[in-house]
Design a protein around this ligand. Structure first.
Ligand SMILES: Cc1ncc(COP(=O)(O)O)c(C=O)c1O
Length: 438
């Protein structure tokens, strides 16, 4: 008889979490963990905020849920208006769902519905980048460039066209660092030409790389060039801001760093900071109007447009604004990145420390000069993670990131409320976790 009836995510039994506050999680033994990962880079306001719990309870007592095909609600209207005012889009329309993968699925259908409505039925192909992650449902996984997650399900996948990974550390441009933006724009142009320009529905990408490319900030001019190519060929731009949205990188959205105005924007994680399973698929007003004129979006989930989720979203937004967490992501992120770069500069295991705001990545390598990764069999990420856990530090791992098998990343994305003492603790504990490894 097993000790649990839960179909667990981890292969070793995880500790039993019993409470959490701010950046700290306590287990049943009373051990405290510094949540430097924000779960999965998902918690801008930190754990245990009583105002969010109170808002949820009050809404659940008044109107816990109604089906969105029959009713709208005050919280959903108010939340959509608040989000529409923040995203870099005109007259945005917000479709709330239950997480990032659902939001990506929704945005892909919006892109398809847009082209159908405009009489361009041949536009069905989606282009995405090499190292990328857009979710784990079948459609979202097909768009994702993350081989370890795709491999078991390959027979179900294969509809997405791929352009090279965007990574300044492992740049595929032979002339790097010269002309990288143009290099990527040319590869996109080639992919479009190869498929036939009137067959492409959308280009989907994270404005700043998440877990797979490891907080990879694109080269200067990248988004300007990509936008030019997409606009020239009528290809919709879907910005996947599941990880980068709601202040994580020091702007409200990753797109804001580049003046990017996507046609569709997807967000999740930071939208609800973990207090409710919430994702958002957001359409620019012109995309929404075209879909409506074409007969509307054929799509839906039972729990979409949830009023409790909307109340949580609003309360989280309020917290982000009143605590100035977007600015804080920038200032604390700069500090943490600087401290990590300094502390790890002589570490033989560390190839690169990069990021923007409080989305930071430490890339582990076997050889710093050649950037050769450890073989997967070394399980270096797992070893570091285990030692960090012992030391009371939670990190967000990603493996197989160089060639689909090898490649080791440690992502750091704590709550944006992070204080200076916690920065010191993250650095000290990470240095300790890495010491003697390799
Ligand atoms: C960029 C990006 N897109 C999509 C997803 C999928 O979101 P979810 O896990 O909420 O389904 C993630 C999750 O990590 C992500 O980082």
């Amino acid at each position: 008889m097993s000790e649990t009836s839960v179909f667990t995510r981890s292969r070793t039994p995880p500790p039993l979490a019993v409470k959490a506050a701010g950046a700290w999680i306590t287990d049943a033994e009373g051990k405290q963990y510094l949540d430097a990962a924000g779960g999965a880079i998902a918690s801008p306001i930190g754990h245990g905020d009583p105002a969010i719990a109170a808002a949820m309870a009050a809404q659940a007592e008044t109107l816990e849920w109604v089906h969105a095909s029959a009713f709208t609600t005050g919280p959903v209207e108010e939340y959509a208006a608040a989000v529409a005012g923040l995203v870099p889009m005109d007259d945005a329309r917000v479709y709330p769902v239950s997480g990032g993968s659902e939001a990506i699925e929704t945005a892909l259908k919006m892109a398809r519905a847009y082209h159908l409505a405009r009489g361009e039925a041949d536009r069905s192909i989606v282009i995405a980048r090499g190292s990328s992650y857009h979710g784990n449902t079948r459609g979202a996984l097909d768009v994702s460039g993350r081989d370890p997650l795709r491999r078991p399900y390959e027979p179900w996948l294969g509809q997405t066209m791929r352009v090279p990974t965007v990574s300044e550390y492992r740049c595929p441009n032979p002339d790097h660092p010269n002309g990288c933006a143009i290099f990527h724009a040319e590869r996109l142009e080639e992919a479009i030409a190869q498929a036939g320009p009137d067959r492409i529905a959308a280009f989907v990408a994270e404005p700043i790389g998440g877990a797979t490319s490891g907080a990879a900030v694109p080269p200067a001019g990248y988004w300007e060039e990509v936008v030019r190519v997409c606009r020239r060929h009528g290809v919709l731009i879907v910005a996947d801001e599941v990880m980068t949205g709601f202040g994580r990188t020091g702007e409200w959205f990753g797109s804001d760093h580049f003046g990017l105005r996507p046609d569709l924007l997807v967000s999740a994680k930071g939208a609800s900071s973990g207090y409710w399973p919430l994702g958002l698929a957001i359409a620019d007003g012109s995309v929404h109007s075209a879909i409506e004129e074409g007969g509307g979006l054929i799509h839906g989930f039972t729990w979409s447009h949830h009023p409790v989720g909307a109340v949580v979203g609003l309360a989280v937004l309020q917290r982000i604004i009143e605590m100035r967490l977007v600015d804080r992501a920038r200032t604390q992120g700069d500090k943490l990145l600087g401290c990590l770069q300094m502390a790890l500069s002589g570490n033989a295991l560390v190839g690169d420390v990069r990021g923007l705001g409080l989305l930071i990545c430490v890339e582990l390598v076997r050889d710093r000069d050649t950037k050769q990764p450890y073989p997967r069999s070394a399980r270096i990420t797992e070893q570091v993670l285990e030692r960090a856990l012992e030391l009371g530090l939670l990190l967000y791992p990603s493996t197989g990131t160089v060639d689909g098998t090898d490649g080791d990343l440690l992502l750091i994305g704590p709550p944006l409320t992070l204080v200076d003492d916690e920065i010191d603790l993250i650095v000290d504990r990470l240095v300790a976790a890495l010491s003697g490894m390799g």
